[in-house]
Design a protein around this ligand. Structure first.
Ligand code: SF4
Ligand code: SF4
Length: 237
């Protein structure tokens, strides 16, 4: 499971500046356990975007957005609604947002931040990775994660060390993540996003906030911690 928290509505609207037509896609996997997604989220986002003067070309909920095979089947049936949109607002963890960006030639915009689950990484069948940084910047990077694709996890790139062949200076057998982001933005016609300054990472944002310590995900974590504490109690002789 990749836990999520909703981004503030004004941040979502700001990310969609210049977008007139948008499609909304929500995940019914992890966001259900975190109480961030599902039909209520979809309804709220539709109202938010329409209230901001945007046309919603369509919307859908998918069980596991991180599974590209499922995404392909579902979106294949509504391809016209996707084609009409300039961007897709995605309510899922960072893996799901990246999967959508890799599947569809449209700009994916994250509606959620993926937060840390105490070093546990979810399992998913694709190559997309999310480091649960709590400050998702995929709206500015064309849907490619700089934290996991850049060897230095730079959220403002490029570092200047990229090889002539496009390889990373840290490891020549991998392609420079920021070059990939540049190429993605160019393909999307969004090169201005490359000049957007992303705020330095605030590592406190990786952790769950007090406001969300009532969710199903939190209850599971507390139960696990209590079990651990009990196991570590010294036994009486
Ligand atoms: S920027 Fe990357 S690491 Fe951070 S939440 Fe988004 S996908 Fe995950
Ligand atoms: S060469 Fe690219 S991927 Fe490697 S550290 Fe520099 S910006 Fe990051």
């Amino acid at each position: 499971m990749n836990p999520t928290e909703r981004k503030p509505n004004d941040e979502i609207v700001e990310s969609m500046k210049g977008v007139e037509k948008a499609f909304i896609l929500g995940c019914q996997g992890c966001p259900i356990g975190c109480e961030t997604g599902g039909q209520p989220w979809l309804d709220e986002m539709t109202q938010l975007l329409e209230g901001a003067g945007k046309q919603v070309t369509g919307s859908a909920l998918i069980d596991m957005i991180c599974n590209k095979a499922i995404v392909g089947i579902k979106l294949g049936r509504i391809v016209d609604q996707i084609a009409e949109a300039q961007a897709i607002l995605v309510g899922s963890c960072g893996v799901g947002v990246q999967a959508v960006g890799n599947m569809v030639g449209r700009r994916p915009i994250p509606a959620m931040n993926t937060i840390s689950m105490s070093d546990h990484q979810g399992l998913w069948p694709s190559e997309e990775r999310c480091a649960q940084c709590g400050q998702c910047v995929l709206a500015q990077t064309g849907g490619l994660c700089p934290v996991t694709l850049c060897a230095k996890s730079l959220i403002n790139g490029i570092c200047g060390g990229t090889g002539d062949d496009g390889s990373c200076e840290v490891s020549s057998d991998r392609r420079c993540g920021w070059l990939m982001i540049y190429e993605r933005l160019e393909a999307l016609g969004r090169l201005d996003d490359y000049n957007t300054f992303n705020e330095p990472r605030d590592y406190r944002k990786r952790a769950i906030t007090d406001a969300n310590r009532h969710t199903m995900r939190w209850a599971l974590e507390v139960a696990k911690q209590e079990e651990q504490d009990e196991a570590e109690q010294p036994t009486a002789n």
